[in-house]
Write a protein that binds this ligand. Structure first.
Ligand code: URA
Length: 252
């Protein structure tokens, strides 16, 4: 799979027919017919040639005098269910992109980071490569908060160890994380915890618990930076991220 960042076009000009298709006026073929009929104007001048280049952020484009609005970036907050993979396409499994409705699907959307197939919770889908890069950059230490069920009794020693940072079984070092015990059940030897980490190594939460001889049996991401999972967003559902949430995420 190619890097999602490479898919992003950083041009301030685009073909008029592409623009019209992207604002939802129809397929390339349909918009070609509208253009031919002289129903589209750019800055007040009817244009029939779909190949014409326009500045999509500055041009005034109208269809029958109705002003069209171009949106460059899209952001969706998804509550990822289990058995769906964090990729844009896959031969065998359903991907998080497959969960989008036909209306919201865009070819350039991708998930910001990965959750394991059996992990649930918050996943940001966007076509904004710059924001994705900021959120995933190891230098930025963006917080990720998880809720987990653990086989084993999590102890205050574990909290201290997690707070120091330590070596995983592989020898890889993890930075300090904030572990909170939500509950323990002595009878069936299980615990519920929340954990805030500041990096995103492969299977990181599972491997952190393995290092203290415990097993994650359920994992859900509930926050990334300032973006929180809505309690009322059902598994497999998504909603648009608000402008305030995007601003706050960008500010970090
Ligand atoms: N840590 C994990 O082990 N799995 C995830 O999906 C996310 C963080």
């Amino acid at each position: 799979m190619c890097s999602p960042f490479l898919k992003q076009e950083r041009k301030d000009k685009m073909r008029l027919d592409k623009y019209l298709a992207e604002v939802g006026l129809g397929s390339r073929k349909e918009v070609k017919a509208l253009l031919k009929k002289g129903q589209i104007a750019v800055d007040g001048i009817p244009i029939k040639d779909g190949k014409q280049q326009i500045n999509e952020l500055q041009a005034t484009v109208t269809y029958f005098e109705e002003l069209l609005h171009y949106q460059k970036f899209y952001y969706y907050l998804l509550n990822k269910p289990q058995n769906v993979i964090s990729a844009t396409e896959d031969k065998w499994d359903r991907t998080v992109i497959d969960l989008l409705s036909e209306e919201d699907y865009r070819q350039d959307l991708f998930p910001v980071g990965r959750l394991d197939k059996d992990t649930e919770g918050l996943l940001l889908l966007t076509n904004d490569g710059e924001l994705a890069h900021e959120l995933l950059s190891p230098k930025k230490h963006v917080e990720k908060e998880y809720y987990a069920k653990i086989a084993g009794i999590v102890t205050t020693d574990d909290i201290e160890k997690f707070a120091q940072g330590f070596a995983l079984r592989s020898g890889e070092l993890v930075r300090p994380g904030e572990l909170t015990i939500l509950s323990t059940n002595a009878e069936d030897e299980t615990s519920e915890i929340s954990l805030v980490i500041h990096e995103g190594k492969f299977h990181q939460v599972k491997r952190m618990f393995e290092a203290v001889d415990k097993k994650v049996t359920f994992l859900k991401r509930i926050r990334m930076g300032t973006l929180k999972l809505d309690k009322n967003l059902p598994l497999g559902s998504y909603r648009m991220v608000t402008e305030e949430e995007i601003e706050s995420l960008k500010k970090g």
